[in-house]
Design a protein around this ligand. Sequence first.
Ligand code: ATP
Ligand code: MG
Length: 435
Amino acid sequence: MSKPRLAAVRGMNDLLPSEAPLWEWFEARVLDWLRSYGYQQIRTPILEHTEVFVRGIGEVTDIVEKEMYSFEDRLNGEQLTLRPEFTAGVIRAVLEHNLTYDGPRRLWSIGPVFRHERPQRGRYRQFHQVNVEALGFAGPDIDAEHIVMLARLWKIVGLTRIRLELNCLGQAEERARYRTDLIAYFERHLQRLDADARRRLYTNPLRILDSKNAELADVVAGAPRITDYLSAESRGFFERLQSLLTAAGVAFTVNPRLVRGLDYYNLTVYEWITDALGSQGTVCGGGRYDPLAERMGGRSTPGCGFAIGMERVIELLRACGQGQTAPALDVYVVHQGGATAQAAFLLAERLRDAGLDVAYHAGEASLKSQMKKADASGAEFAVIIGERELAAGEAAIKALRAQNAQAPFARQSTVPQEKLAEALIDALTDGSPED
Ligand code: ATP
Ligand code: MG
């Protein structure tokens, strides 16, 4: 009796070989880009004590209230959580290892994060982020650096349909005054609030500004604006950031309703948004969180950073016409079984020693069917070791993509095995099929 088929957990995707080249292409550019700004990698565990996220994200947030995958370790009773974002774990590690002891740090991470949300286009339960943190820098120049570097990344990968919204949330005292007025305002419009907004009214009223309910749009539009509550110092910080961005040629709009749900965010917040992906249009969010290190039990350390949602960026890349085909193999090695199979197997290793990308035909099949596999593999050349070639110490080469009869090896010909790598490298470098 056959067993029922197994399926992936809902909202958690397999990345299939056909989709992998675009991810690999994007990730390779991301690594170069991070290096070019002097950022260093930090890898933290996917699993942390739940307390890391409760303290690091805040109790009255969507993430901690309802989106975390938390469980008790059966063996020792510890409360654990799959990371729903990177920042809290990175700060935990930085404090634990005293990484800012000698001065500020520029750090990055990449990998999966987990949130129990309703799966839909652009919203999954396992998704991936590129995460950047700068710790120990207090001035707006580092906020500007993050935004300028993101603008550069979009340019490097050819993303066009994306814009920047920016806001300043001031400091806790400024927000406290704002919060009081905001609550009073929403209380006056209580009948018009939906259940979600009423639930947040006294816990996290700023988050109401972020409501996706179109019926709240008027009420939200009439609400007091944080920008009117900023101190001279916060305004100065925000102006300095804006003037750096303008000088660097990065376009933005100030959106006074832009908030990010977390209490400890201060000063800068921003989002990169696209209209090309339907309702899940935020591809990257970032900002400053100076109070966080202290909240997590460390020495006060200013910090700011951002997270890029990789699934959304990849989808946007496709929408912008960035398709990536798998990088082609150089060579596919075929044989006639028996002694030729072993010779071909070892020859493939020698070609790899010479730096070529080589697939060896595993198993036995007719030459005709192996040549079909060679063609389908995308390789530039087939190398054939038959009985005759083996006996003569030679290998046959056949170009698989030659556009004209003059291209090297457009017609199958043999070379001595010790000359094979050299002949292939010559053919690959100056035999470009375009000319
Ligand atoms: P949203 O308002 O869309 O829920 P968020 O404020 O919860 O976003 P952040 O915590 O700032 O998102 O995460 C950074 C980025 O990660 C987002 O800008 C988005 O691109 C991506 N992201 C967030 N949640 C998901 C998800 N469930 N699936 C895929 N990508 C996501
Ligand atoms: Mg969310």
